[in-house]
Design a protein around this ligand. Structure first.
Ligand code: FES
Ligand SMILES: [Fe+2]
Length: 408
């Protein structure tokens, strides 16, 4: 694993290397860069390089918090959800004692996958489909056919392998390796804002969306917290928010937000949403017309609307493929206006997603150009700067404008 170096430790030789690698000299010439660490974007090569992708898996993703589902997705004893991530498979299951636990979805005998599908129900026991070893819902090994033929087997040591789990506002997170802050710590700067949405009481709306994207995961993450493109590339959001869109970066979490304008949009779906969105009694007045987006390091996000909360993950599949996993949650509300607002929200954001897909594909394709290494970041691009700094702290190779020893 690469050593972690504070960004202020960039050595003069590295700076020189970065500067000399910018070819040809342009108006954004490196002599004008105040801070090598965040005045320039991450270099293009790390958005497609297989070796860098392997470094990211080990350095970033093994220790990152990933969401399996919400507690309300597992209402009954024996209910489970699975989550597949970079070759690993996880199950979160509700035990007889009512607690949710998370385990590797792997039998301790010959490594067979245990449970299939994104979700399901185990009636009291988890039984391996290969040779029928059986585990309790709390993960203990409780049944081994032909037990006498395994004389050395220590049953107590062959329960399901647990994962570190954290429940944050009802959402079940896991990680494969310890280290780094908890989800609570990462979200702390905005915990008071999130608390207004009573996320523990959310229920699934029944919609899980998987959207494959032919881009590197960082491209999706960058775009999620990019504020400058909103008024350029999202006419619908511009009609809804005007110029109110804002972004903020804290150490481990970004916030983006926009307030719905009173001026009616000329598009019927947006205008109807503006009109129909009903008052939510549990929300304070300043949140009744507010859309807020939070992105947790490195690839997890919440889209928080007055009418629903969409959870999103940008799951790396390969150096140039990402799966966007999205699950919608709501507070039970049968009002017709609320049902209509949720439908309209979906329509509006479906358009935004199509626009973003085209944008990130354009960037991914431009990054293949021999003319491009990295680009200057505006002082307003605080989320991109924050992400850039952390990447360069964690993986020093991200400071190189071109891959070391790569043909020029
Ligand atoms: S692999 Fe599971 S019982 Fe053999
Ligand atoms: Fe966008």
């Amino acid at each position: 694993m690469p050593t972690v170096s504070p960004c202020s430790d960039v050595r003069a030789s590295e700076v020189e290397f970065m500067i000399s690698s910018v070819q040809p000299a342009r108006s954004d010439s490196p002599s004008q860069i105040d801070s090598v660490d965040d005045a320039f974007s991450l270099p293009a090569w790390i958005y497609s390089d297989p070796d860098f992708f392997e470094l990211e898996k080990q350095t970033i993703f093994r220790g990152s918090w990933q969401l399996v589902c919400h507690q309300s997705d597992l209402p009954n004893t024996g209910d489970y959800h699975t989550f597949d991530f970079l070759g690993e498979s996880v199950i979160s299951v509700r035990g007889l004692d009512g607690q949710v636990r998370s385990f590797h979805n792997v039998c301790r005998h010959r490594a067979s996958r245990l449970l299939d599908g994104p979700k399901g129900h185990c009636p009291g026991r988890i039984t391996c489909p290969y040779h029928a070893w059986t585990y309790s819902l709390e993960g203990k090994l409780v049944g081994v056919p032909h037990r006498e033929t395994f004389p050395a087997l220590d049953v107590a040591k062959h329960g399901l392998a647990p994962l570190e789990q954290e429940i944050f506002m009802g959402f079940i997170f896991v990680r494969f390796e310890p280290g780094g802050p908890s989800v609570h710590e990462m979200a702390k700067p905005y915990a008071h804002e999130m608390a207004a949405y009573r996320m523990e009481e959310l229920v699934p709306q029944g919609r899980v969306t998987l959207r494959p994207r032919s881009v590197n995961w960082k491209n999706v993450a960058d775009n999620y917290s990019d504020g400058l493109h909103i008024n350029v590339a999202h006419p619908g959001l511009t009609r809804l928010f005007g110029k109110s869109y804002g972004i903020e970066a804290q150490e481990w979490i970004d916030k983006m937000w926009g307030t719905l304008r009173e001026t009616p949009s000329k598009r019927w779906s947006e205008r109807l949403y503006q009109t129909l969105l009903p008052k939510v009694d549990s929300l304070p007045p300043e949140r009744q017309r507010l859309w807020t987006y939070f992105k947790l390091w490195p690839n997890v996000a919440f889209d928080i609307y007055p009418d629903q909360i969409d959870f999103m993950q940008f799951l790396p599949i390969s150096p140039t493929e990402t799966m966007i996993r999205e699950i919608a949650y709501v507070h039970p509300d049968t009002r017709r206006e609320m049902r209509a607002a949720r439908y309209l929200n979906w329509r509006i954001n479906r358009r935004v997603n199509i626009e973003d897909k085209a944008l990130i594909e354009r960037v991914q394709s431009g990054m293949r150009s021999s003319s491009y290494t990295a680009g200057p970041l505006s002082t307003e691009e605080v989320c991109l700067r924050s992400f850039t700094r952390r990447m360069r702290q964690l993986i020093p190779e991200a400071r190189q404008l071109r891959k070391a020893n790569a043909p020029r």
